[in-house]
Design a protein around this ligand. Structure first.
Ligand SMILES: [Zn+2]
Length: 306
């Protein structure tokens, strides 16, 4: 089943050619979630062949322009394309005020319903879930209220072995019981073990996105064990003091979070425009957590099994 992340923008506050402001599309079993929507996101979607009309869920980490200024434009495009299906937006409460003001001043209207779900920095929250996927937010520490997000695959029921269905002439109700992990005990005393009758359950994968943040150890707890973690790395070690002052992180600090959270793989982004090369970031991070890559616009990362 598909579970991947397309980086639409890996840049920081100042956009650069090839380094758009932050945005990424996560495809979980063909359901698409847009995480942050910096300026230029809809053009990046077209460029990287992401079908924008298939986006029904947009989560915004915080109210700095490099993370949301693309949203009013994207909503306007949805409208121009004749969108009718509902759109769910998750983000700080004041994002709604900003979006409403755009509509009001422009005397615009939408032919689709926008459901706004305010986020909180009080603790982790499940924002959305269905049978296959769950979207959560968790607090990070930035200059203004900011959350990260986690997308998790829901546990999948294991498949039943056809040879066992035949061998025991299993009834549909018995198959359901076995698939739920419970053993079947028949009236004649026959015990059919779920672990034998079913194929091993596929592990569920998860993706964590730690948006603009200081080095803050509680994040390691929030993203513990995720298969893939995107963490910001605005600065290198040389500018550690600046990272602290501006509520950002260094590559080393991001790697420490990945190491302490025991994640599968780390991808670093949001590198300051002052760096033309990201080699120093990569080198510093790899010294702490080897399974690290640098984000690049257009990069598609499969969420790996661990
Ligand atoms: Zn930012």
């Amino acid at each position: 089943m598909r579970f991947d992340v397309t980086i639409l923008g890996c840049g920081a506050a100042l956009p650069l050619p090839g380094r758009n402001p932050t945005a990424q599309v996560v495809n979980v079993h063909e359901k698409q979630f847009l995480l942050d929507c910096g300026e230029g996101t809809q053009m990046a979607m077209r460029h990287h062949k992401v079908r924008l009309m298939r986006i029904d869920h947009i989560a915004i980490s915080h109210m700095h322009g490099d993370h949301y200024l693309g949203l009013p434009g994207l909503i306007s495009t949805f409208s121009l394309f004749g969108r009718e299906k509902d759109l769910h937006i998750y983000g700080p409460a004041r994002l709604k005020e900003v979006l409403d003001l755009h509509q009001e001043v422009g005397e615009s209207w939408l032919d689709f319903k926008v459901h706004f779900h305010p986020t909180t920095t009080d603790g982790p929250v499940v924002l959305f879930e269905d049978a296959t996927v769950q979207l959560e937010s968790f607090p990070v520490r930035h200059r203004i209220p900011t959350t990260g997000f986690i997308l998790r695959e829901k546990p999948k029921e294991p498949g039943i072995r056809k040879d066992w269905v035949k061998r025991f002439n299993l009834e549909p109700s018995e198959i359901l019981t076995l698939k739920k992990g419970k053993d079947v005990v028949r009236a004649d005393g026959t015990v059919i073990a779920s672990s034998s009758a079913c194929y091993p359950q596929l592990a569920s994968r998860s993706y964590g996105y730690a948006a603009d943040t200081n080095y803050w150890t509680p994040i390691a707890k929030s993203v513990a064990g995720v298969n893939l973690l995107y963490h910001e790395a605005t600065f290198d070690d040389r500018l550690k003091a600046r990272a602290k002052k501006t509520f950002h992180s260094t590559a080393t600090q991001a790697a420490k979070i990945a190491r302490d959270a025991e994640v599968g793989q780390l991808v670093l982004g949001h590198v300051s425009a002052r760096y033309t090369s990201m080699e120093v970031h990569l080198k510093e991070a790899k010294a702490v957590f080897d399974a690290t890559v640098m984000a690049k616009d257009g990069m598609v990362l499969s969420v790996p099994f661990m």
